[in-house]
Design a protein around this ligand. Structure first.
Ligand SMILES: Nc1nc2c(ncn2[C@@H]2O[C@H](COP(=O)(O)OP(=O)(O)OP(=O)(O)O)[C@@H](O)[C@H]2O)c(=O)[nH]1
Length: 127
């Protein structure tokens, strides 16, 4: 199939933005690891999950980044609300457990919590 110059331009721009966004997320995660306090809670969210065909970063790429930086990953949608509450609840629970951890209590596992609570409707989480 032969693409017109306009189509080629759009394809090149899409590829450029794709690489740009991936590098941007990597840079953010690197900076957080480098400069934030060691006890900071980091979570990678892929928003606009309802627009799966138009996403800038694919789910498997989000999962790969999350694995690389050892952070939980979920896809969310501000439009449908999928996994939005869970993202906040998971971070809140992690912070609460850190603040009031009792010696005999098992450590709160944010990844397991997300796995058990996430909405399955075409969405995901990964650690
Ligand atoms: N369909 C859909 N639209 C969204 C979602 N989240 C935000 N938007 C819309 O995307 C547009 C940009 O949203 P902003 O919150 O301003 O985000 P931004 O970071 O400034 O811009 P983006 O690069 O588009 O994310 C607005 O029109 C929002 O209503 C989502 O989960 N699903």
């Amino acid at each position: 199939m032969k693409l017109s110059r306009g189509q080629q331009g759009v394809t090149q721009l899409t590829m450029f933005l794709h690489v740009f966004f991936l590098l941007l997320v990597q840079a953010w995660l690197t900076e957080i690891h480098e400069y934030a306090q060691t006890d900071v809670v980091i979570m990678l969210l892929g928003n606009k999950a309802d627009m799966s065909s138009e996403r800038a970063i694919r789910r498997d790429e989000g999962e790969r980044l999350a694995r690389e930086y050892s952070v939980p990953f979920m896809e969310t949608s501000a439009k449908t609300g999928v996994n939005v509450e869970l993202a906040f609840t998971a971070v809140a629970k992690e912070l609460k457990h850190r603040a009031v951890q009792h010696p005999n209590e098992p450590k709160f596992q944010i990844h397991e919590y997300i796995e058990s609570q996430k909405e399955k409707s075409g969405c995901c989480s990964y650690f």
